[in-house]
Design a protein around this ligand. Structure first.
Ligand code: SAM
Ligand code: SF4
Length: 324
């Protein structure tokens, strides 16, 4: 397939894998990857090499706002025709940074908040202070309102952990009171090869408790007119995933990995965009072999995917490592 024939619907580019938090469930807290920032020069190189792409998520395994050129990256991606969004822990957000992102044309901002309980927050997301984060988010939401920006989706992403799931109704209530657009509860991606004890803790989720809190949250959302997106909990393969054919993840140092849930190039990577053309990597032997096994439903790399299987507690074999 030639570059002109490739049409990506979504791509994730990592502005940095530095972070000012050490969230217990986050893979970057447990891995030993080299730490660094994507330079503006390298970001431009990536944009130049990419085929037509609809949506860019400017985020990876780190806090995007730590990259000082973030708003310039947003602007450049918007100029090349992409819709652009990112997730942030919001600890570094303030009126001035929000205004720069708005002016650059950002389309989606997701704030990561799992609980409004400061003690629990510190236990699960050690680092930045919750009261500061909430203040930063409120300033940002108000600024959107003040500037009358219509084309900007503001949402909260909650990770469905056993220790914090009871907080979901409060988070939904808070998000609705700020007139956010949506709250997304997402499954834990617990496929850690870094710290097996995390998997064990995540496996403790009590399903009736989960159902109870999501039902309360759903009622609040309906009453207040907020969109609440809940994950599926079946253990059967229940959705179609487009990543192998429609997008990929690119790390700050240029490695192309399968998707946002398989972002660690030390586990699996298809190539490096600073060393080869995108088309070459997209059509190489590793990608072709992978797509074949994916189509048959035997791709080991996807065997524990919480998006594909919609289940936080599904277990299977550990994916193989490759060192391409
Ligand atoms: C890796 S973070 C990077 C962006 C930013 N630092 C943040 O926290 O939003 C992106 C999202 O992944 C979520 N996340 C972290 N570890 C996860 C895991 N094991 N399973 C599912 N989501 C996770 C975070 O809560 C956040 O919403
Ligand atoms: S703030 Fe984001 S990148 Fe940083 S440790 Fe937490 S989830 Fe991971």
């Amino acid at each position: 397939m030639k570059l002109l024939d490739i049409h990506l619907t979504r791509i994730q580019i990592e502005p940095t894998n530095r972070c000012n938090a050490r969230c217990v469930i986050c893979r970057r807290t447990h891995w030993n990857r080299e730490i660094g920032d994507l330079s503006l020069e390298n970001f431009k190189k990536i944009l130049d090499k990419l085929p037509k792409t609809e949506r860019l998520h400017l985020q990876g395994q780190g806090e995007p706002l730590l990259n000082a050129d973030l708003d310039i990256m947003v602007r450049l991606a918007r100029q090349s025709g992409m819709s652009v969004g990112l997730s942030t822990n919001a600890s570094l957000l303030n009126k001035s940074k929000a205004t720069k992102l708005f002016a650059a044309g950002i389309n989606r901002l997701n704030f990561s908040i799992d609980t409004l309980d400061p003690e629990l927050f510190q236990k699960t997301r050690p680092g930045p202070q919750l009261d500061r984060i909430l203040q930063n988010i409120e300033v940002t939401v108000l600024e959107r309102e003040r500037q009358g920006i219509a084309d900007l989706h503001l949402s909260v992403t909650v990770v469905g952990k056993p220790s914090t799931i009871h907080s979901l109704p409060d988070v939904v209530n808070w998000a609705a009171s700020l007139k956010m657009d949506s709250v997304l509860l997402q499954n834990v991606n617990y496929d850690f090869q870094y710290d097996r004890t995390i998997n064990d803790r995540i496996l403790e989720m009590d399903i009736p408790k989960y159902n109870e809190y999501t039902a309360i949250a759903q009622r609040i959302a309906e009453k207040k007119g907020l969109k609440l997106l809940l994950p599926s909990l079946t253990s059967e393969k229940n959705i179609q995933c487009g990543w192998p054919y429609q997008g990929c993840n690119i790390t700050w140092d240029g490695y192309i990995t399968l998707c946002c849930l398989q972002p660690d190039p030390d586990i699996y990577r298809f190539g490096n965009i600073f060393q080869e053309g995108f088309e070459e990597i997209w059509n190489n032997k590793l990608y072709r072999q992978f797509r074949k096994s994916f189509a048959k439903g035997t791709a080991v790399l996807c065997s524990k995917c919480p998006a594909l299987y919609g289940n936080m507690w599904h277990h299977s074999e550990t994916p193989v490592r490759n060192q391409n």
